[in-house]
Design a protein around this ligand. Sequence first.
Ligand code: 6CS
Ligand code: FE
Length: 304
Amino acid sequence: MTTTTTTTHVTDLYPTRGATEVATPRQDPVVWGSPDTPGPVSTGDLQALERDGFLAVDQLIGPDEVGEYRRELERLTTDPAIRADERSIVEPQSKEIRSVFEVHKISEVFAKLVRDERVVGRARQILGSDVYVHQSRINVKPGFGASGFYWHSDFETWHAEDGLPNMRTISVSIVSIALTENYDTNGGLMIMPGSHKTFLGCAGATPKDNYKKSLQMQDAGTPSDEALTKMASEYGIRLFTGKAGSATWFDCNAMHGSGDNITPFPRSNVFIVFNSVENTAVEPFAAPVRRPEFIGARDFTPVR
Ligand code: 6CS
Ligand code: FE
């Protein structure tokens, strides 16, 4: 009896983590849905997202709802069982919880948020298909020195380490539903507008078990100072602040980062990363092994 294993070869459109840094023009649309696809995002906003790589939505969830998410975030980050869970990442210095992954599976409150038409409806409209959650997390940036996230493109990691072939992934927040006031002083999200149109392949191979370090302080997949200087000069840098409940959607390949939070005011957001069911993860394009499923999902069931 002969068994044949068909390994479909997927072309690597975006080489990265080789010997040298290399830029590749984006070969994917940003907005995959047709402009007249019905949905919560206006045509003007879809055009802005295509041009800039991000879209700020002032009150995605209303002030009356934010309290529920804030209480749930506080419950999760003070629950010893959550702290002991491998899906919790702590701050290197203070050992305070920095992120909790797969929050849409851990918490029914956040599972409801994922299914909310104001959230998943936008993702389906932008990606022009059914979507599944590639990653979800809450980031708790306590005050007094919580470390930020250095400049990076999320897609560079999700392509290299999680095997996403194309740029058909939108993070509704990769950042973005601000659950506590995001002042302009407490480590807000910064994005380079327009940077999503170029893929910056980074130099340096991915170490084994890279995620154990990279989720605290990213190293592999970090752009060079020269590249960042060139991009910042060309695109500028936009700082996002927002009232609790506001959201920033942005494209998987937008260059972004956030500063340390040395103020006494915590900055906590919830992030949900939607990937098109037409762009499901294959094998990593530039890493020795897959990351755990709580970071890069392998369950492609569409959000219903
Ligand atoms: O490695 C990742 O998947 C995560 N790291 C960062 C800094 N942003 C994207 C993503 O959540
Ligand atoms: Fe990121």
